[in-house]
Every structure is written in C-alpha cells, then in structure tokens.
Design a protein around this ligand. Structure first.
Ligand code: NAP
Length: 461
C-alpha cells in the first residue's frame, strides 16, 4: 500500500509485490455526500422494526456466504492470508450475522423496572452513524464483528478500512447492497488515516469504534473526547501464554504454535510472550520448535499453505528488526529468523528463547510470526511477568489443575483468560481489553449495548 500524490491508494499483493489496484481517494465533496447519505439512511433505518433490521442482517450473512469465494480471494490477494483461512473468516462473519439476527432483538428488549412510578422501563435506542476504523488483519471479520450488532440496534456504519485492504472494503459494501440493506447502511470511505479526525468532528457522526494500534487509539480517543462522542477501542496486545509445570506440554505446543503463527502472527490476541516455568521449559521449547518447523509456508492460494506472506513490507521489516534487537540484547534464536529469497513479504515461523522483561520483544507488541520464550522459576513469577505489560487484551494459561487455574485467572490483568486453550473470539462472550489494549467490549450482549442510548422512560402518574 502506498499513496501516490495523495490522489490514489495503491494496493499491493504481498505474495508477489505486484500492484493490485489504484483506488481513487474520496475528495472532501464525496466524503460529504457519503456522510449525508449515511445520515439520512440512519433516519429511516431507526424507524424500521428491530425484527426487520435483524432480518436484514441475516440476509447480510447469507450474502457473505454467497460471495465467500470472491471475498476470500480478495482477502488473500490484498493481505496474504491463506485462502482456506480467508474462507473461514467469511464463514465466521456470516455466523456472527446469524447470531445477532437470532439474539439481537431479545438483547435490546425493553426492560420493565418496578419503581414508585406508575410505569417505568429502560429501552435501547440507536445512537446514529457509527464510524468504524478497521485494520487489515481480518478485513471482513473485524468490520462484521461491529456492524452486525450495530445494524440490528438501528445504527448505520461508515467504514474507514485500512488502506491496504481497500478492495475488500469496497466488496463488503457491495455485498451489503446485494443483501438488500438500504443504501447508506454500510458506506466505505476511501481516505487515508490522516483524514479520520476530521470525520470524527463531523456532527453527522455519533460515535466511533477503532480496531487498531494503541498509537492510533490515542488519536481517536482524543478526537472523540474533544467532541464528547462515545468511543470503543480494540487495540493491540502482547498476550502471555503461560505454561506451568503440570501442563500438558503437547497440547500447549499445539495451541501455542497455532496461536502465534496463524495469520502470519498478525493477530491482536496471538500468544506473543510464552512464559514457561523452568522445569518444563526445555521440553516445551523443543515441542514448539518441532511444530514451527512443520508449518508449510508459501503462496496464500496453495491449499496446503498455513503461513502466507506478511501483509506489508514495513510489517515484515518491523518484526525482523524487533527479533534482531532482542537477539542483540542477549536472547537466542531457536529456529527461523531468516527471510527467504524471492518476491513476497515472507517471514518464517521463528522462536527466540531466553527473552527477559527489558528486551524489545517483551516490551513491544510483536505483529509477526516470531515467538518469545521467557523462562520463569515458578507460577507466582509467571503471573507477575504476564502482568508486566502495558497491554491487557487476552492470555492463556496451561495447567492440569483447573481450580488453581481459576484462582490464577483472577490475578491476570486482561479482558480474557483462556485455560488450556488459546485466546480467541466467540460471539457468545465479550471481547476486549484493559490498559493500553483499549476499552469497551465487542460481541455478546455487552458489545451490542455499546452503541445504544440506554433510555429511561418514567411515567409518574
Ligand atoms: P493501525 O495502524 O492502528 O491502523 C488501524 C486503522 O487506523 C487503519 O484503518 C488506519 O488507516 C487507521 N489510521 C491510521 N492512522 C490514523 C490516524 N492518525 N487517525 C485515525 N485513523 C488512523 O493498525 P494496523 O497496523 O492496521 O493493525 C494492527 C494493530 O491493530 C495491532 O496493534 C493489533 O494488535 C491491533 N488489533 C487489535 C484488535 C483487537 O480486537 N483488539 C484486532 C486486530 C488488530 P490506514 O491504513 O489508512 O493507515
């Protein structure tokens, strides 16, 4: 992705480095027209009964499934995700639509409250046009995760997608139209990130949600704060994957490898810091190494590929820089570490051992396929080391003692703890973080209620 004379956004295939397309950037006049259309779509959509809005979101899910091949092909072409995983992403997004179509109306049903009034109740009214600023790592899922509940709730969505997935953004807009959602229900702006703050200032925008880095999160929170507009921030993470002495090491290595290396490590909730108790560290590292070395790397369009290229050249360079800095600081390379020759932003599944709290890969978020191993003497230290992070998104804990795990989970300062598994998102449970991983929640009833006006109606007599 690159900007040319600020008139176009150029998307680049990360597997071949070939230009995919030059997208014309929206002029201020076009943005104004799109916001106007979204605003008037909202005025109409809010009056549609919630069951009908839910039916619209169900059709959106069906349209995502019907267009699965086109969407998955676009995802793989623009950001390098293996095609089978891209198809899975589209399926999951459709499932999220079904979930909110089925459950959204009940989540927002009027709540009658007994008070001294003749009648009193709480209703959940829509907020308006929500600006969704989204990242490229799951181009369809990240948007639909937010849009399905927002639309059932009576809001409409203006999407500012990451520039390198502009084709995906346009395709999603088209699919929403094909699903029969009103013009303006999902509107894509083709603008660079630098123009987002001005959109937040626009009075037609009611609220903003960001999935992205904490650096951009600060800017968006500042703009939203200045305007006193609701914001939800789903930001970066440096999730711990804790392996205690009594863990099932094969299971931990299986899940750990999947968690760190899927999507080329470009996942907010990837296991980034493997915190392993000394007594099992050698065994665990050997098992993780075995799995890392068995991962087939190659073209995203080969069905056997599990590790495609990274999404952009700067991301590949950054993970390589972080890895090299950590090795220079005293850590040791266990496997991988060398980018292959030839075109494409490939980087192999890599492991760096003997990482300590001061080192680069511990202190910074690592958004690529490199695992950091931190060895600790005992479980108490493991929890302290896990919490020694500016982030607090998710985390995993491996032990055969479930009661102990539950007690330890309460000490872990994150929005989610996954025991004997890996951090994942599931629409039945809330998703989000604390500390610099952001605030607010997505998914489940909690996510549904982020973008509503919780209105009290009190009939005194
Ligand atoms: P990013 O650089 O923060 O970009 C995210 C979005 O913000 C893009 O649409 C980007 O547009 C836009 N943006 C850039 N500069 C902006 C500005 N000054 N004002 C407003 N918007 C701006 O993040 P990324 O590199 O795409 O994604 C990786 C990050 O996202 C990681 O930190 C990862 O952990 C996090 N993430 C979090 C979650 C979660 O659910 N918590 C999920 C996935 C990813 P342009 O592309 O045009 O710059």
């Amino acid at each position: 992705m690159a900007m040319t004379a600020t008139r176009t956004i150029t998307t680049i295939n990360p597997a071949t480095e070939a230009v995919i397309e030059q997208h014309e950037i929206d002029s201020p006049e076009i943005v104004d027209r799109k916001l106007e259309q979204a605003y008037s779509a909202f005025q109409q959509w809010r009056t549609v009964p919630i069951e009908e809005r839910a039916a619209g979101v169900r059709r959106l899910g069906a349209a995502l499934r019907a267009n699965k091949t086109a969407l998955a092909t676009m995802i793989s072409t623009e950001m390098g995700k293996p095609i089978a995983d891209a198809e899975g992403e589209v399926e999951k997004s459709a499932g999220n639509c079904d979930y909110y179509a089925d459950n959204g109306p009940a989540m927002l049903a009027r709540e009658v409250v007994e008070t001294t009034a003749r009648e009193s109740y709480v209703t959940f009214e829509p907020l308006g046009v929500i600006l969704a600023v989204m990242p490229w790592n799951y181009p369809v899922w990240q948007l639909i995760r937010h849009a399905a509940p927002a639309l059932v709730g009576g809001n409409v969505v203006v999407l500012k997608h990451a520039s390198n997935v502009t084709g995906s953004a346009k395709l999603i807009e088209q699919v929403a139209r094909d699903a029969g959602l009103p013009e303006g229900a999902i509107t894509t702006l083709v603008i660079p990130g630098s123009r987002v703050e001005a959109i937040i200032d626009d009075p037609r925008i009611a609220a903003v949600t960001l999935t992205g880095s904490d650096a951009v999160g600060s800017k968006i929170a500042e703009a939203a704060g200045r305007n006193i507009k609701k914001s939800v921030l789903e930001l970066g993470g440096s999730d711990a994957f804790i392996v205690l002495a009594d863990a099932d090491l094969d299971g931990a290595a299986d899940y750990g490898a999947r968690s760190r290396f899927q999507n080329a490590g470009q996942v907010c909730i990837s296991a980034k810091r493997f915190i392993v108790v000394d007594s099992v560290a050698d065994d665990f590292v050997a098992k993780l190494k075995e799995r890392a070395e068995a991962i087939p790397m190659g073209s995203p369009f080969e069905r056997t590929t599990k590790l495609g290229p990274m999404a952009r050249v700067d991301l590949r360079d950054e993970i390589e820089r972080q890895m090299q800095a950590t090795i220079n600081e005293g850590a040791t390379l266990v496997t991988g570490g060398t980018r292959p020759d030839g075109p494409g932003y490939y980087f192999p599944a890599s492991i760096v051992d003997h990482v300590t709290n001061e080192m680069t890969m511990f202190r910074q978020e690592t958004f690529g396929p490199v695992a950091a191993i931190i060895r600790v003497p005992d479980e108490e230290t493991a929890i302290a080391v896990a919490n020694d992070s500016q982030y607090g998104l998710g985390g995993a804990l491996w032990t055969r003692d479930i009661e102990k795990a539950k007690a330890l989970a309460r000490k872990i300062e994150t929005g989610g703890v996954f025991i004997n598994g890996m951090t994942t998102s599931n629409w039945k449970v809330p998703f989000g973080g604390v500390k610099r991983s952001g605030y607010g929640r997505e998914l489940s009833t909690y996510g549904m209620r982020e973008f509503v006006n919780i209105q009290t109606v009190w009939i005194e007599q």
